[in-house]
Ligand binder design. Structure first.
Ligand code: SF4
Length: 316
């Protein structure tokens, strides 16, 4: 593949976060022009993030803080906050939701800023932290000043201050691979390994179609890691069809106790796909007791709260 696309593109926080979710996603965003349709959930999260940002900045403006919208490289600013700024630094491009002026303890006279980012959720995911680390990294390079902290504001307008001491260790492994792609003249796209992020990924249709065409092992539940795929490849197994021939039904003694937990067998799933049949690993049996308690707990995992707890007591 020619690298005309990658030569023009810059590495952004979105690309770093995408690479952390799936190297192939990072590759497609940085090195190709292919784009898929943004998932509805991601669209909602983005809208919520914008609403969160607008509400917070409006409150600050009403409270009398000064704002500017400008490039930090202009060096013509002294406001309390800079909004919607962009910094380009070599191969990196950082778009800032908000920059907050901090006290300048260095000898230089210029004003220093630290990053604030907004999210559309109650939780902070590892991708959000990476985005903050990336924002701080580019800012440090431009300001020539090591920042100690940055802030993430969640949807309920709660401020989470993160120390940046760990930032380099977390960010650099991803940045190094992306920078390598930028510097290479030719490169291979990372292999498809379908994973838990795929249902929300804009490339889902593209990757699933290609995975089916390749009869890719990651089409099977439980094979979503490079290490697992490499384990099969070392045995000469590269496709679902090949794996299906490895299934051997286990002989069971008649008096053997039935286990309540049934281990998922990828070989059997592969066989089911090859033969287009349904197999039962074991006939499920529900144990019956004279007194049974059925507990139902419902909640919102994102908020980590529960709105319903029910207990049903069944006798005889
Ligand atoms: S669909 Fe899955 S495998 Fe493809 S780029 Fe997205 S996360 Fe990676």
């Amino acid at each position: 593949m020619e690298n005309t696309t990658v030569r023009q593109k810059k590495i952004t926080a979105e690309i770093v976060a995408a690479y952390s979710q799936c190297p192939r996603k990072g590759f497609l965003l940085l090195c190709t022009d292919q784009r898929g349709e943004i998932h509805e959930y991601m669209r909602i999260i983005r809208e919520r993030k914008e609403a969160n940002q607008n509400k917070y900045t409006c409150n600050l403006k009403e409270a009398g803080y000064s704002f500017q919208t400008c490039s930090i490289t202009d060096r013509k600013f002294d406001s309390d906050y800079l909004e919607n700024s962009t910094i380009n630094f070599n191969h990196l491009k950082a778009d800032y939701d908000l920059l907050k002026r901090i006290e300048n303890n260095s000898s230089s006279q210029k004003h220093l800023y630290e990053p604030i980012i907004f999210v559309g959720t109650h939780n902070i995911e590892k991708e959000d932290k990476l985005k903050l680390y990336f924002a701080a990294h580019v800012l440090e390079k431009t300001q020539g000043y090591q920042l100690l902290k940055g802030t993430i504001i969640t949807i309920e307008q709660k401020l989470h201050t993160l120390k940046l001491t760990e930032a380099k260790n977390k960010l650099y492994p991803f940045l190094e691979q992306l920078l390598e792609w930028k510097n290479l003249l030719r490169f291979e796209s990372p292999a498809i390994i379908l994973n838990k992020h795929c249902p929300l990924c804009e490339f889902q249709n593209l990757c699933t179609a290609q995975a089916k065409q390749e009869d890719n092992l990651s089409l099977l539940n439980g094979i979503s890691k490079l290490k697992t795929i490499q384990k099969y490849e070392r045995k000469g197994i590269f496709t679902v069809k090949q794996l299906s021939y490895l299934f051997k039904p286990k002989k069971r003694r008649k008096d053997a106790k039935k286990s309540l937990t049934i281990r998922h067998q990828v070989e059997l799933q592969a066989l089911a796909i090859r033969t287009q049949k349904i197999y039962l690993q074991e006939i499920p049996e529900l144990p019956k007791y004279p007194l049974e308690l059925i507990l139902d707990i419902e909640g919102t995992p994102e908020r980590q709260d529960y709105y319903l707890i029910g207990l049903l007591i069944c006798e005889e």
